[in-house]
Design a protein around this ligand. Structure first.
Ligand code: GAF
Length: 375
């Protein structure tokens, strides 16, 4: 792109992906989650370009870019552009401080792998523009406007977890976040002598956005039925298993299963937080397997590839637990593996996966890392 010829970035921002230890699909049900940022990230290089309204965005990985006129921001037919445009649109509702800029993007964060490259893109841009133009946005503003950008420009009615984790994470900790009050605490995790190993199925079934929104609607349907009998219930976070059982006959089996998963998953997040505080790693592992069972059978957001890898890990004694992480329908499984067995585990899982699906598995270890920052 032409601007690269005179590109002299004034600011470099690192914006990480995230894993979620447990608490899947609980965020938009106003429950609890336990995510953290990881070392894999998107790097933004930014400069003011002297223009009032012209912006140039360029992805060095994909050797592609686009121009934006700040006076006419609108949705694009190119999906990734909407993450950028949505953020600019949200920022423009809050301040007119953004003028012409150039931005390059470089990433080692696999896309469509359940590690939230979307939130990394949204939050990194918002964070970078806030620094570059001194917009006065708080970290919470950045989290919330990025989430709204995803709703309005991308079309996924996501919860707040990914953006929160991308911005608020601290090295060596997972965040216990209450998605209703937004109260949160940082819980230290080390897992020694175990490590977190991600196995990337390399599949991203394109049901992800449509089915995600369907799950949200099914949960809302469940809440409406429970609320008829228990008016104090505003979200599945407020519902108990007894309440759900009391109205079971009024809902479809599917809606019952969805609600049942969310109620249990919320409980599991709190149990996981306790297990982490006691460093009870066997319990940590057992909760991961339990969660995956629900993800697969009750919430039905897994896929044959993720199920295969989780089942494979169950036969591997050095693995304490595993589950698919993120929105679902593919992406990565998270595995807690003894450090002495990591190489062997990856090698055997890769061989088994290749022979079953003819796909080369991608595998890497992750550590809880810091949120979006200026480099
Ligand atoms: C996606 C969403 F963006 C998150 O808000 C969350 O719901 C997650 O799926 C499932 O836990 O990453």
């Amino acid at each position: 792109m032409k601007f690269l010829e005179k590109f002299d970035p004034q600011l470099i921002i690192e914006s990480p992906g995230r894993i979620n230890l447990i608490g899947e699909h609980t965020d938009y049900n106003l429950g609890y989650v336990l995510p953290t940022a990881i070392e894999k990230k998107i790097i933004f290089r930014l400069q003011k370009n002297g223009s009032e309204t012209e912006c140039n965005i360029y992805s060095t990985d994909f050797d592609t870019g686009f121009k934006i006129d700040l006076r006419t921001i609108a949705r694009s037919s190119v999906e990734w552009e909407n993450y950028i445009l949505g953020v600019l649109n949200e920022i423009s509702k809050r301040t007119d401080g953004v003028i012409g800029f150039d931005c390059t993007l470089e990433s080692n964060l696999p896309q469509g792998s359940g590690l939230s490259s979307s939130a990394a893109l949204e939050c990194g841009l918002a964070f970078g523009l806030n620094e570059l133009f001194d917009l006065g946005l708080t970290k919470m503003d950045i989290v919330q406007l990025s989430q709204t950008a995803e709703h309005t420009y991308v079309g996924t009615q996501c919860g707040i977890m990914d953006q929160f984790a991308s911005v608020m994470s601290q090295t060596g900790h997972v965040i216990l976040l209450d998605c209703k009050s937004l109260e949160h605490s940082q819980i230290p995790i080390a897992f020694e002598p175990y490590q977190m190993v991600m196995l990337n199925t390399k599949v991203s079934h394109n049901l992800a956005t449509s089915e995600y929104n369907v799950r949200k609607q099914e949960c809302e349907e469940g809440v409406a039925i429970i609320k008829n009998k228990y008016p104090e219930v505003d979200s599945l976070r407020d519902a108990t298993r007894d309440m759900l059982e009391a109205v079971k006959h009024e809902m479809s089996d599917v809606v019952f299963d969805r609600c049942s998963f969310i109620i249990s998953e919320n409980e599991r997040v709190l149990l996981m937080a306790e297990a982490l505080k006691k460093n009870d790693l066997n319990r940590v592992g057992a909760l991961l397997y339990e969660a995956h069972e629900g993800i697969s059978k009750l919430y039905e957001v897994s896929c044959p590839e993720s199920d295969f890898l989780v089942d494979f890990s169950k036969d591997f004694p050095a693995v304490l637990g595993a589950r698919q992480t993120g929105g679902g329908f593919g992406g990565c499984t998270l595995n807690i593996v003894h450090k002495d067995a990591v190489d062997d585990f990856i090698q055997q899982a890769s061989t088994a996966y290749k022979s079953r699906f003819n796909i080369a598995l991608e595998a890497f270890t992750v550590r809880p890392s810091a949120g979006t920052m200026v480099r």
